[in-house]
Write a protein that binds this ligand. Structure first.
Ligand code: SF4
Length: 474
């Protein structure tokens, strides 16, 4: 029977053997790292900025109840319709009902990982709506019927030639593989879709409790068009996105851009405080904000791992992760991939089914070091491993470690084990990879290291000691 873990292993095995993919991703992420490190210089002290961001998010998350009440009161006072969704299914139902009430047929979307989290496109298409992604990367993966490869760069795994072929096949227009030409093709298609759309759908990067605003930051201007052209706008936002004060954006907007894409600021930064007010020239006539819990409050109740809710979805931890760089984004089989995905997915989707993600880590700590809000990611991976093992002990693994503990603690047993190892070592090559090989999973891709004929202890004993006496005997 196929399980999430067996699927993960198969995809990881295939991707790590794909040298072209690994080289391509490594080159792309190297460019990102250079840009990010240059932009960090714009901060007086990047480390102080990280500390300030971590403390602000700590305050935001530890007073989430008050901040959410303040946010919604202010938004509702200006006419925004705020909806609360406890689960993914509830969020899908709320959005589908709004679309039905508006007698909508076509929806134009800007980038929203929350919508990927609740599998919104699939649900809307099943219900008979036409949905078009307007972020270029999302538009490309939608044409390929794929999920985003990366939370910030959805189509970073594709080369320009592949995109030209895709456009030729799906749109019938791809003059060259020049990125500008391809962008113009996508823009022509999207402009028509914007004009036809009945409802615009967006995600959100931050919300401000103090002023009652939602902040969306983007590079293509598509999100602004999503809210400016259709008469109705729907925004889906995770409840953890709230910041206490408007002034906090002065830190978080440049920090998100720097950590996420190596920019000093993203190109378009928009604040939404409600639908179009009398006398205003633009904006949606009706705005619905759907606040998504989907087990975030369970994570909030976990004092040890609560800080995982501080995540601002910059993607920096993915970019520096040696596992992500080798297995790629689709291997995870989750909405949120890389270290942050491995930390939060077991909370969002179930620990036992997704615990393998916490093992797919070298625990090098590069993610923790890269995280702008100082989430202790690699320790959370260890905690997930501990929790998974405590809630469903792996009997054979425990037994094996217990036996190892006994052998390693008793010199007589250890010496015997060494002798046994030397005895069976010559069999290693003949049985490698066969049914008889007890280390088959390991030796499939690696060689077991050869045991040295002489242990360090034996060598030390035999070593001629200074002054004529052996240190072992002295
Ligand atoms: S965990 Fe940190 S580095 Fe990773 S996406 Fe979230 S904020 Fe960025």
């Amino acid at each position: 029977m196929r399980t999430f873990v067996s699927e993960f292993k198969d995809r990881a095995t295939a991707k790590t053997a794909d040298l072209r993919h690994r080289q391509f991703i490594r080159t792309a992420l190297q460019g990102y790292e250079t840009a990010r490190d240059r932009r960090k210089g714009a901060f007086q002290s990047w480390e102080s900025a990280r500390q300030a961001a971590a403390e602000t998010k700590w305050q935001a998350i530890n007073h989430l109840d008050e901040h959410l009440v303040s946010l919604t009161r202010k938004l509702e006072a200006r006419g925004t319709k705020v909806h609360w969704a406890s689960t993914a299914a509830q969020a899908r139902d709320i959005i589908t009902q709004i679309l039905r009430d508006k007698k909508a047929r076509s929806i134009i979307k800007s980038k929203a990982m929350t919508s990927e989290e609740i599998h919104l496109n699939h649900a809307l298409e099943e219900a008979g709506f036409s949905v078009v992604e307007s972020d270029l990367g999302e538009f490309i993966v939608q044409l390929r019927h794929e999920t985003p490869y990366h939370i910030v760069f959805p189509s970073m795994h594709l080369q320009r030639g592949e995109i030209r072929e895709l456009f030729q096949r799906e749109i019938g227009d791809a003059p060259s593989d020049n990125p500008q030409d391809l962008t113009m093709v996508a823009r022509r298609v999207m402009r028509q879709k914007f004009l036809q759309a009945d409802v615009g759908f967006t995600g959100a990067n931050f919300a401000i409790a103090e002023t009652g605003m939602v902040s969306i930051t983007e590079n293509e201007g598509n999100s602004r068009l999503t809210s400016a052209i259709p008469k109705t706008m729907i925004t889906l936002m995770g409840i953890e996105k709230v910041l206490p004060r408007f002034a906090d954006l002065a830190l978080f907007l440049p920090m998100l851009a720097t950590a996420g894409s190596g920019q000093s600021m993203t190109c378009y930064n928009t604040m939404y405080s409600g639908p179009r007010q009398p006398g205003e020239p633009d904006g949606p006539e009706e705005w619905h904000l759907v606040l998504l819990d989907n087990r975030r409050t369970e994570l909030l109740a976990d004092a040890e791992q609560r800080d995982a809710l501080h995540c601002i979805r910059c993607g920096a931890c993915l970019n520096v992760c040696p596992i992500f760089r080798n297995v790629g984004g689709h291997t995870y089989g989750t909405t949120y991939s890389g270290p942050v995905g491995s930390v939060i997915t077991p909370h969002l989707r179930g620990l036992q089914s997704w615990k393998h993600l916490s093992n797919a880590s070298s625990l090098c700590g590069a993610c923790t070091q890269a995280c702008p809000v100082k989430i202790d990611l690699h320790h959370h991976l260890l905690q997930n491993r501990r929790n998974a093992s405590a809630s469903k002990p792996a009997v054979f693994e425990r037994l094996a470690y217990r036996i190892f503990g006994v052998v390693a603690n008793e010199p007589k047993f250890w010496t015997l084990a060494k002798k046994f190892g030397w005895l069976v070592q010559p069999l290693q090559q003949p049985i490698k990879g066969t049914m008889l090989d007890p280390a088959k999973a390991w030796t499939k891709t690696r060689d077991l290291p050869r045991m040295p004929r002489e242990s360090f202890k034996d060598w030390w004993r035999k070593r001629p000691a200074r002054g004529g006496s052996s240190p072992a005997r002295s």
